[in-house]
Design a protein around this ligand. Structure first.
Ligand code: PLP
Length: 325
């Protein structure tokens, strides 16, 4: 058997730091430290992953202006604080301290390209997973690294409907951006990949569309955009909020939050994923039902272009969401 998507592994892996290729600095324990000095003992592996919460934030390089624009960092740090609250972790650092540290890190790592900021908050003492935690302080580690945008490359994903169900609010709340939630995502991604798909759509406990393993979902039917509500077992995506606003206020596309059925995905005129990592990713097919022409539909294309211009600081709108480094 050939390894599914074997072509994808080296490209993806190249984006992660290696001993030969890593940023000069990261931020840890409240200060900027040299990459090689940020080490822990091997025995701390394991339980520190339980309850760990994180954020993924993008910064876009504007070549004309020769500067980086960090997108929606305040919203991301607010959600990091909410995720920490849900797992009953207190923060030794304010959101503003983390924000200033991120900006300094981007500057000191001399990033002059599209980049990704990854703050991770965890219980440093490695409290066993079966023991209670209540209002205990977490520790925060943060990296910045190059991460090219995939927008306007003409890509469109082939998706299946996963046989796995989305975790739900009363089991493993998807609302918290917890690393442990990603085991659900990994089951879904692995199944999709083995079966020859790019990624998958996950149904929730009620059998309605929730989201993909790493991004929220929109469909377009007869000129109206639909996305599952935040109570459908989705992560409360910041991109999803901005997309709803852009669709309605800039593109004049009505947008409704309501349950979406699996078969609506099959007959939708267009569909796309959205999220910080996914940006705007058109969907080409679902369970091999081709959507529209099998590439980005007209509304998705207009959205992707405008979203691209907004995040990169080429369009003046939404300037309050961009932090210049
Ligand atoms: C982070 C994430 C998203 C997208 O959220 P954004 O705030 O738009 O980055 C969607 N789904 C899951 C499961 C996520 O972890």
């Amino acid at each position: 058997m050939t390894t599914p998507r074997a072509d994808r592994m080296p490209k993806e892996a190249a984006m992660y730091p290696s001993p030969q290729n890593h940023p000069a600095y990261l931020w840890w324990q409240g200060r900027q430290v040299a990459w090689d000095e940020a080490t822990v003992h091997v025995t701390s592996l394991g339980w520190t992953g339980i309850s760990a919460v994180f954020e993924g934030i993008r910064a876009y390089w504007n070549a004309e202006q020769q500067r980086l624009h960090v997108f929606a960092i305040d919203a991301h740090l607010k959600r990091l604080a909410q995720s920490m609250k849900l797992v009953r972790m207190t923060s030794p650092y304010s959101s503003d301290e983390i924000k200033q540290a991120a900006i300094k890190l981007l500057r000191d790592n001399e990033l002059q390209e599209d980049s990704y900021i990854f703050p991770l908050a965890y219980f440093p003492s490695g409290i066993p997973g079966y023991l209670a935690v209540y209002e205990q302080p977490g520790e925060v580690m943060m990296t910045t690294r190059p991460r090219e945008s995939s927008m306007l490359t003409g890509r469109a994903l082939h998706c299946n409907i996963s046989s796995w169900r989305r975790i739900s609010d009363n089991t493993m709340p998807p609302r918290a951006k917890m690393t442990t939630n990603y085991q659900n995502s990994r089951f879904v991604s692995t199944e999709a990949s083995i079966n020859g798909y790019d990624t998958a759509i996950i149904l929730n406990d009620q059998g309605k569309v929730a989201e993909s393993p790493y991004a929220c979902v929109f469909i377009v039917r007869d000129g109206v955009a639909y996305t599952p509500p935040v109570t459908a077992g989705v992560l409360e995506s910041i991109t999803r909020d901005i997309v709803m606003q852009i669709l309605q206020e800039e593109l004049g596309v009505p947008c409704r939050e309501r349950d979406v059925d699996r078969t609506e995905m099959y007959i939708a005129d267009e569909a796309f994923l959205c999220g910080t990592f996914a940006e705007i990713t058109p969907i080409a097919s679902v369970d091999r039902y081709t959507l529209g022409s099998g590439s980005a539909g007209p509304i998705t294309s207009r959205l992707e272009q405008l979203f691209h211009d907004v995040v990169r600081g080429r369009d003046d709108r939404y300037s309050e969401l961009r932090t210049i480094v």
